[in-house]
Design a binder for this molecule. Structure first.
Ligand code: XMP
Ligand code: MG
Length: 179
């Protein structure tokens, strides 16, 4: 598994440091708001778990699963809700936790859905951001690292469902997915 990685971009320690910073900001901004924090499955599950431990205000959690990529490394532009939220979002302060923003299609679709359900506010925290590949205008309110235009895996992110359990984020050797 480790031998499929060409380069480690950010180590476990670096990622934890960044999450602590994000948590400090979010703790201030969401004081008294009882936000509904939504994890976008599956990629964001590790980030979600680490992040909420650093948000030191009362909050509630929910999970949503969407598909946009399948087995490919490019967004199809087609977003499908695989698992919807368990609770209503009407009148709530929503914080969407996303692993990575690439084209922006997945998130703009999700934001649209939540707006139509009358959320009070909607903000996005994304650990990784590839602004170079955006096809829709979308900037997360809270962002961790800007990444180069490379397919990355680890820390929740997969290629064909593998590598999610790597504790760091890294670039996969091109021969792994080009074959
Ligand atoms: P869009 O293009 O809709 O994509 O912003 C967001 C979703 O695509 C996945 N994604 C990746 N997954 N390595 C991955 O393992 C990547 O480099 C990558 N880029 C995008 C991710 O699931 C995200 O939610
Ligand atoms: Mg994925």
């Amino acid at each position: 598994m480790y031998s499929d990685i060409q380069e480690v971009l950010y180590s476990e320690e670096q990622i934890q440091g960044k999450i602590k910073e994000l948590g400090e900001k979010l703790s201030i901004d969401y004081e008294g708001k009882n936000p509904l924090v939504i994890c976008v499955l599956k990629g964001a599950f590790i980030f979600m778990a680490d992040l909420v431990k650093q948000i030191r205000v009362p909050l509630e959690l929910d999970f949503m699963a969407v598909s946009s990529y399948g087995q490919s490394t490019r967004s199809s532009g087609v977003v499908k809700i695989i698992k919807d939220l368990d609770v209503p979002v009407e009148g709530r302060h929503i914080l969407i936790v996303e692993d990575i923003i690439d084209s922006g299609l997945t998130l703009s679709y999700l934001i649209d859905v939540l707006e139509r359900r009358n959320a009070k506010t909607i903000s996005v925290v994304a650990l990784f951001n590839k602004p170079a590949r955006r096809t829709v205008e979308l900037e997360p309110e809270y962002a961790g690292y800007v990444l180069p235009d490379e397919f990355v895996v680890g820390y929740g992110l997969d290629y064909a469902e593998k590598y999610r359990n790597l504790p760091f984020i890294g670039i996969l050797k091109p021969e792994i997915y080009s074959s």
